[in-house]
Design a protein around this ligand. Structure first.
Ligand code: PAF
Length: 282
């Protein structure tokens, strides 16, 4: 596995691969890798000759300086996991390499970003869109792989690709969970024992809510009961629970025939902010 640290090095690597007729898969990450990330690398490897993983804790997508400071960083351990998973090149740029000057361009994803993560983390998706656009330009991949745990992020990136005519395909891979249901996340490393023990409640609430959606319980009641269950756990501070259209992400007043529903939540648990979602197919 090659280690690349400059944009020019990444461009040269993928350009050569393209000239050789190879397909390039890209897995953008912020590191502290877990089985969910490795699944993205493996999926990319199954479909592409070259798999470029990027590790960059992107400062512009954090609306909370403490969250950025505490984000787990374990570069050596990450690098050891990537080769065996099928990664052929690892791009680990500095902040100066990605942002030689502060980015002033502003993205507006309209209704897609006025809800959930976009509403609760102002500027978050602007930072995501900025860094993802830069990395797409540098790597020019044929396919880019993202996890469905960040359901709204995938929707935003699909919109970005469509609006800016990036010549690539977005592949979304299912959420990987611990045995007790907790969605894998780099942030899980920061949970202490008590918070870790309480964390499976997030998925349990989503599973119960999904069953109610299938039974036709109204979106408002599903949301209220999920919020009430989360509020009963003293270690947990819910931020939002949404019952939304899986494509438009807009909150539902009633279910629409033939349209999938996504149940999303965010909560703080022992000082760590976690998100999760479950999709109920139409
Ligand atoms: O999902 C993430 O890890 C990040 O938001 C991403 C897509 C790598 C952009 O920094």
């Amino acid at each position: 596995m090659q280690i690349l640290t400059t944009a020019a090095g990444l461009q040269a690597y993928t350009e050569q691969a393209r000239r050789a007729g190879h397909r390039v898969g890209l897995v953008p990450t912020m590191g502290a890798l877990h089985a969910g990330h490795l699944q993205l690398v493996q999926a990319a490897r199954a479909e592409c000759n070259e798999v470029v993983t990027t590790i960059f804790v992107n400062p512009t997508q954090f609306n909370n300086a403490e969250d950025f400071r505490l984000y787990p960083r374990v570069p050596e351990a990450d690098a050891e996991l990537l080769g065996p998973a099928g990664c052929t090149a690892l791009f680990v740029p500095s902040v100066e390499e990605i942002y030689p000057q502060p980015a002033v361009l502003r993205f507006d994803f309209g209704a897609l970003e006025r809800v959930m993560e976009g509403a609760h983390r102002p500027g978050h998706f602007n930072g995501v869109a900025t860094v993802v656009s830069k990395i797409f330009h540098m790597a020019r991949p044929h396919r880019a792989y993202f996890g469905q745990k960040d359901w709204q992020q995938v929707a935003i990136i699909r919109q970005l690709v469509a609006d800016l005519s990036f010549d690539l395909e977005i592949v979304a891979c299912p959420t990987i969970r611990e045995a007790d249901g907790l969605a894998m996340s780099s942030r899980n490393r920061r949970l202490d024992a008590a918070a870790r023990a309480a964390a499976p409640l997030l998925y349990q609430v989503l599973v119960a809510a999904a069953a109610q959606v299938r039974q036709g319980v109204s979106p408002a009641q599903v949301q209220a009961e999920a919020e009430a269950t989360l509020a009963r756990e003293p270690l947990l501070t819910p931020e939002y629970v949404e019952v939304a259209d899986a494509q438009t992400l807009q909150p539902l007043v009633e279910y629409q025939p033939g349209r999938a529903v996504v149940l999303c939540l965010a909560a703080h648990l022992g000082g760590v902010r976690l998100i999760d979602n479950v999709v109920v197919d139409a």
